[in-house]
Design a protein. Structure first.
Length: 122
């Protein structure tokens, strides 16, 4: 039996989180959803099973970067999600904390799938 690839999805907006989780599930991935720093901390205890993380910074305070540093230290690739108005600042901060890149919202399903395929092991 083939195990599904776990993708950590971090987003304070429950509606957006659910949409992204449903999208990933339909494509055969197993999303782990997180809406708070406490839940993020709990997910980090399972970091060995996480293949990739998608982190939307909106609504989080600067402590989110500590969690991103933990992902980097555990060699878990992650992408930041950002609005167009914040993308340049997020890109610089994300790179400093080990992000593989920044996706600007709204996301297109094809661009997201292309990035996932590029970052996940075959």
């Amino acid at each position: 039996m083939e195990s599904k690839v776990h993708i950590l999805v971090v987003d304070r907006n429950r509606h957006n989180l659910d949409l992204l989780a449903q999208f990933l599930t339909r494509r055969g991935y197993a999303p782990i959803t997180v809406t708070s720093l406490g839940e993020f901390d709990q997910a980090l205890h399972r970091v060995d099973s996480i293949a990739l993380a998608l982190v939307d910074l909106a609504g989080f305070d600067p402590r989110i970067w500590q969690r991103c540093d933990q992902l980097r230290q555990a060699d878990v690739p992650f992408l930041m999600l950002s609005s167009a108005s914040r993308s340049r600042a997020i890109q610089h901060a994300g790179a400093a904390h080990g992000a593989q890149g920044v996706l600007v919202k709204p996301l297109t399903s094809e661009s997201l799938l292309d990035l996932l395929r590029g970052l996940l092991p075959a």
